[in-house]
Design a protein around this ligand. Structure first.
Ligand code: FES
Length: 164
C-alpha cells in the first residue's frame, strides 16, 4: 500500500490507494492546519484554502490525483507542487510537507533525506480484495425481497407539529 511520508512530523503513514490525503492526516492525528485553519476550516470541502501541503519529488504528479478545478482556482498564486490536502487522492507513495507556508528548521536537508530514503512503490491491491468469496453472496436477496419504498400521502410533506 502507498506510504505518505510526512517530513515535518517525521512519520510514515500507510494508506489505501486512492485515499484522501486530508482524511489520512486527520485519522493519524497529523496537524495539517496552521492557526487560521485550526480556528476554522471548511472540513474538507475545498473552500477555505487552509489545508495546504507541498508534494515533494519528481514522481509527485504520478503519486497524486490530478489537481481539481477547485485547486486550479485556489492554488493559482501558489508554488508548483502545492496541493489542497482535502482535494488530493494518494495513488502511490509520496513525500509531503504539511503547512508549507510555515518555516521548518533544516527544511532542505530534511526533504532531501526524506526523498533519499526508499518508499514502498504502491499502489498494491486493496487488502483482502482477492479473499472475497463470491459464492458467499446471499442469493436469497432477489427482486421479491427488495421492494421499492412506497411514498404515501399527497402533496408536500407535513411539517413537524402540523396536522394533515
Ligand atoms: S479543508 Fe478547506 S480547503 Fe481543504
Amino acid at each position: 500500500m502507498p506510504v505518505i511520508r510526512f517530513v515535518r512530523e517525521g512519520r510514515d503513514v500507510e494508506c489505501f490507494p486512492g485515499e484522501n490525503l486530508r482524511a489520512v492526516a486527520v485519522r493519524e492525528g497529523i496537524q495539517l492546519y496552521g492557526l487560521k485553519g485550526q480556528l476554522g476550516n471548511c472540513g474538507g470541502c475545498g473552500q477555505c484554502s487552509t489545508c495546504f501541503v507541498k508534494v515533494e519529488g519528481e514522481t509527485s504528479t504520478a503519486a497524486m490525483s490530478a489537481r481539481t478545478a477547485v485547486e486550479e482556482v485556489k492554488l493559482r498564486r501558489r508554488p508548483e507542487g502545492w496541493r489542497l490536502a482535502c482535494q488530493s487522492l494518494v495513488e502511490q507513495s509520496v513525500v509531503v510537507v504539511t503547512k508549507p507556508q510555515a518555516s521548518m528548521p533544516d527544511q532542505t536537508k530534511r526533504v532531501a533525506a526524506a526523498l533519499a530514503a526508499p518508499l514502498p512503490p504502491g499502489p498494491l491491491e486493496w487488502p483482502g480484495a482477492s479473499a472475497v468469496d463470491e459464492d458467499a453472496v446471499d442469493e436469497s436477496a432477489t427482486d421479491e425481497t427488495m421492494q421499492p419504498l412506497e411514498v404515501s400521502g399527497q402533496g408536500s410533506p407535513a411539517t413537524p407539529g402540523e396536522e394533515r
